[in-house]
Design a binder for this molecule. Structure first.
Ligand SMILES: Nc1ncnc2c1ncn2[C@@H]1O[C@H](COP(=O)(O)OP(=O)(O)OP(=O)(O)O)[C@@H](O)[C@H]1O
Ligand SMILES: [Mg+2]
Length: 370
């Protein structure tokens, strides 16, 4: 898919901006704090209706302005459509072809993106939360149903935790109420786990082969979904009863802690190189390469699932990678994936800039086509 045009008003440090993007590579060059990442963030908003870095949506409204606006023109399966999003101080509105969508989940996933930002190097190095977030974001943009189940699960989890928190010594009535929430927790939780198991096993295949290429056949990368509910991987039919069993076994502990100790909200993905956990034993470089392999694998996976390549957003990551990995990154996207790159340095990119890419210079919220 191709994002042909991008327009933003009162978004971050841009008062007004309208630009065309190359179907291949567009490079945004500028010093620090000029607004390079802000552009990628606005594209991300069109895809996910959520920022990778803003705690609150309203942070993205230009200081002093009432609301922020982002619009894009998308080509997908030879069809053009327009997407737009308005962020207000409270809430946001999304439209496709000028028609407002009441549910955000009907908007998400029309544009698919894969973002690789410096903080993604934490995907392997960081705690389980970073990997759960990765699963949720990626599955979410491919499946509105997943997003819906995730939201429901979180709602039920919160209700369940409220009961656990408010009772040191649970009576029968409370335990009965808990059972009602447990039933729903299991219903939505199992749906999440099934999707995640499926996703990780597909991602594993793509990322293992990419990793092998990056390391010149040297290293074997494996990914495995690690659930807090089971050690082995039970059959799908068994999932509800296993979840039920864990909730029962941990009920006492959960009341004591005031929170739910097992479920998909506590799960993880184990990343191994040659059989060793990279999170614990990997070198800095291995952790980076593994993260890169997982991200690049997403490009293939999205292609497989939705039938088109996503738009690749590379935020300032070239400088983080050594030459070999940089080369692999640029090669692997080649002609087929529309790519937006931000960078402070043009070193090493001269040829690309001269021959193929559209280049913009970014200075204090103003873009100049180079
Ligand atoms: N809501 C806002 N309104 C106006 N300006 C904002 C807003 N939020 C952030 N900014 C400004 O945007 C700038 C940061 O932009 P951005 O993160 O895109 O920089 P960058 O070019 O990616 O820099 P770096 O190379 O350091 O990553 C900061 O100078 C900040 O002051
Ligand atoms: Mg930046």
């Amino acid at each position: 898919m191709i994002l042909h045009k991008l327009e933003v008003h009162d978004f971050r440090n841009y008062s007004s901006l309208s630009l065309s993007l190359s179907p291949h590579v567009t490079i945004f060059v500028g010093q620090n704090a000029q607004g390079k990442t802000n552009i990628l963030e606005s594209v991300l908003m069109l895809a996910l209706a959520k920022s990778h870095r803003a705690g609150k949506d309203s942070e993205m409204i230009r200081w002093g302005a009432e609301s922020a606006f982002v619009a894009g023109e998308l080509e997908r399966q030879q069809r053009r459509s327009s997407l737009d999003l308005r962020i207000m101080k409270h809430g946001k509105k999304v439209r496709i072809n000028g028609l407002e969508k009441r549910r955000i989940s009907d908007f998400i996933g029309h544009l698919n993106v894969v973002l690789f930002a410096p903080e993604d190097l934490m995907l392997v190095k960081g705690g389980p939360q970073a990997r759960r977030r990765f699963l949720d974001i990626e599955l979410g943009q491919m499946s509105p149903q997943y997003l819906h189940n995730l939201a429901q699960y979180q709602k039920v989890l919160q209700q369940r935790n409220n009961i656990l928190k408010n009772s040191d010594r649970p009576d029968k009535k409370m335990i009965d109420t808990l059972a009602v929430w447990d039933e729903q927790l299991i219903e939505y939780g199992v749906k999440l786990i099934r999707k995640r198991l499926e996703f990780v096993s597909k991602l594993q295949e793509f990322s293992a082969s990419i990793h092998q290429r990056i390391t010149s056949g040297g290293e074997e990368l494996t990914l495995q979904y690690k659930s807090s509910l089971f050690e082995d991987v039970p059959s799908v039919d068994e999932l509800p009863s296993r979840f039920q069993q864990q909730l029962a076994d941990k009920q006492r502990e959960d009341f004591r802690r005031g929170s739910t100790s097992a479920g998909p909200h506590r799960d993880d993905v184990e990343v191994r190189i040659d059989g060793k956990n990279v999170n614990t034993f990997g070198s800095q470089g291995q952790q980076r390469t593994a993260a890169l392999s997982m991200k690049l694998a997403e490009i293939d996976l999205i292609r497989q699932e939705v039938g088109e390549y996503p738009v690749l957003l590379l935020d300032d990551v070239l400088s983080e990678l050594d030459e070999m990995r940089q080369l692999h990154l640029l090669e692997s996207m080649g002609e087929k994936v529309q790519t937006l790159i931000t960078t402070t340095m043009t070193y090493g990119l001269e040829e690309l800039m001269r021959e193929k890419a559209v280049v913009y210079r970014v200075q204090q919220g103003i873009l100049l086509r180079a």
